[in-house]
Design a protein around this ligand. Sequence first.
Ligand SMILES: [Zn+2]
Length: 121
Amino acid sequence: MKHYLSLLLLLLPINVLGQSSANSSTNTDSMLELYVFIAVIVIFLVYKIIKFFHDRKCPFCKKGLALEIVDEENLGRAKTRREKHKDGSYDTIYYYKIKFIKECKYCGGIVNVIKVVRGDS
Ligand SMILES: [Zn+2]
């Protein structure tokens, strides 16, 4: 998820440059672009907040902010991906399947969640 955020930050200066150099486009166009950009960020943040609460809701006692990761288990490599750098070199990125064991701090219910996680995070 960190990577999406840095991608958004990369888009910001491009947008600003586009506004200052494009004299032919009307002011309304660049304002619209800015609104779309802000809307994307807001939607992204709302999604993250909903996900934050959803991930921590206990399915047994229905209490919010109840689940905490108590253990995690590496289930092995899920996939590999080659990432190209600007200078033409490649990095091999490994993704691992991780089983997160979450426990409800109210009722003690156990929830297993399997996620694919980048090897370096
Ligand atoms: Zn619970």
